[in-house]
Design a protein. Structure first.
Length: 290
């Protein structure tokens, strides 16, 4: 495969950081972006990556300007990895509109706006890949992280793919299970601000779960980045396969998707009679013509 130019968001830690190292190791070019790049992305200084300050929640006009700058660096971009994201937690009743909006600004609107910034370039060259980092949380809701789960459900990219495939542009959403990044760290995980005493026990349990989870996740983020790159470049275990619209990664991510599909099929079968009972009766052909 030819050398590709990648732009990755959220590179200060976790998957983003791993992407940068793995992309460079494959001989590709990468524009590593993040908030406060001057301090948070300095570890890439001598790696060959281009470092760029980019907060995905910036207004559309600022994102467009950043994208124009990024496109000028290597004369184009082949892969945009919409990776930046974080977890807002807490039961729905305790959430505030401000926290909900902050979550969506980063996890959904940021990704969509940056996608809008690059699409004119992709349309013009009739090529380009959009990779989104979704989550198994976008397949299975979990109590206490409704805000985050719903943001990942919102990222499902089927309709986008149907709009852009005519231009030769492809998109894919990866649905990771639990990986050992900083997502669950005290620094990056946004704990709920408790307000309602009746949720105190629930919040305690949630905090305990998150703390126990941190650094014990089954997934290795280095391998995650490697497999994502394999899929996009059609290499390794992905060689000879067409890039799918979505892909779970990690044994837990696979289990969630498989279980959801089986449950959904069972539901369709068990409830079929009631489900189809709301259609108008189908007129027979000879009745129509008479
Ligand atoms: N790890 C998992 O188990 C897991 C599972 C499913 C999905 N994911 C998804 O994977 C993606 C990466 O997360 P991670 O696991 O690698 O966690 P991480 O180590 O916490 O990294 C998250 C990255 O997103 C960046 N970010 C947050 N808000 C941003 C903004 N407004 N603009 C630009 N960058 C921003 C963070 O930058 P700062 O340093 O500036 O905060 C950080 O670089 C996220 O979308 C997450 O939802 C992770």
């Amino acid at each position: 495969m030819p050398t590709l130019t990648w732009l990755v968001t959220g590179c200060s830690s976790g998957f983003g950081e791993e992407f940068v190292h793995s992309i460079l190791a494959r001989g590709d070019r990468v524009i590593a972006t993040g908030r406060n790049a001057a301090s948070r992305l300095q570890h890439f200084k001598d790696t060959g990556a281009t470092i760029m300050d980019l907060d995905v929640t910036a207004p559309q006009a600022d994102l467009d300007k950043k994208m124009a700058e990024a496109l000028a660096i290597h004369g184009g971009i082949d892969v945009l990895v919409n990776n930046a994201g974080y977890i807002e937690s807490g039961p729905v009743e305790e959430l505030t509109p401000e926290r909900l909006l902050r979550q969506y600004n980063t996890n959904v609107f940021g990704q969509v706006n940056l996608t809008r910034s690059i699409l004119p370039h992709y349309r013009e060259k009739r090529a380009g890949i959009l990779a989104f980092i979704g989550s198994q949380a976008g397949w299975q809701g979990e109590a206490g992280t409704t805000c985050y789960c719903s943001s990942k459900f919102a990222l499902e990219v089927e309709s986008l793919q149907k709009e852009i495939e005519v231009f030769g542009i492809k998109c894919i959403i990866f649905e990771p299970g639990f990986y050992r990044t900083k997502a669950f760290s005290a620094q990056n995980f946004h704990f709920n601000v408790p307000r309602i005493p009746e949720y105190a026990e629930f919040n305690k349990g949630l905090r305990g779960f998150i703390e126990a989870c941190d650094k014990n996740q089954p997934g290795d983020p280095t391998k995650f980045a490697e497999r994502v790159i394999d899929v996009i470049k059609g290499e390794g275990l992905a060689e000879g396969k067409d890039m799918p619209i979505r892909l779970p990664l990690g044994s837990d991510g696979l289990e969630v998707m498989r279980r959801k599909c089986l449950e959904t099929l069972k539901l369709c079968e068990e409830w079929e009679k009631l489900i189809v009972s709301t259609d108008y009766p189908v007129e027979k052909q000879d009745e129509k013509s008479s």
